[in-house]
Design a protein. Structure first.
Length: 134
């Protein structure tokens, strides 16, 4: 019934209004090999993008860069592949910002995004981007 589905939808909502994963940024010791493995999983072809490689996995873009292009020092410690950043689409950027402020999480607006630095987010930068109307 509609009432049941409505309750499930309400439970799945996050206070920051995240509705989808939009991007993942990965620092890889061997960018081409990492992007190639990912591409096989999603049946995609890696594309060159800003000095790295990008794999489009449905609605999520996965960006791979080498350690020299890491957005933050230490993103790929010990030569291991590691996530360097994620970006979530949110229904309300203002609501996401309010949750961060309420929880004492430092953030800043960069362009159209709200950004929590890797230093404040356990070594992986977190971004929030306003979902575009369909």
């Amino acid at each position: 019934s509609r009432r049941c589905c409505s309750r499930l939808e309400n439970r799945s909502r996050h206070a920051n209004t995240a509705v989808a994963l939009q991007e993942i940024h990965v620092v890889a010791a061997d960018c081409a090999a990492a992007a190639g493995r990912c591409a096989v999983l999603f049946g995609a072809i890696p594309q060159r993008h800003n000095g790295g490689l990008t794999v489009d996995a449905g609605d999520v873009s996965i960006h791979f860069v080498g350690p020299s292009q890491a957005p933050a020092p230490g993103s790929s410690q010990g030569g291991r592949d590691a996530p360097a950043g994620v970006c979530f689409q949110v229904a309300s950027l203002a609501a996401a910002e309010a949750v961060l402020l309420r929880n004492g999480v430092a953030n800043q607006r960069i362009g159209s995004r709200l950004v929590v630095s890797s230093a404040s987010a356990g070594g992986c930068e977190v971004q929030f981007d306003q979902r575009k109307p369909a």
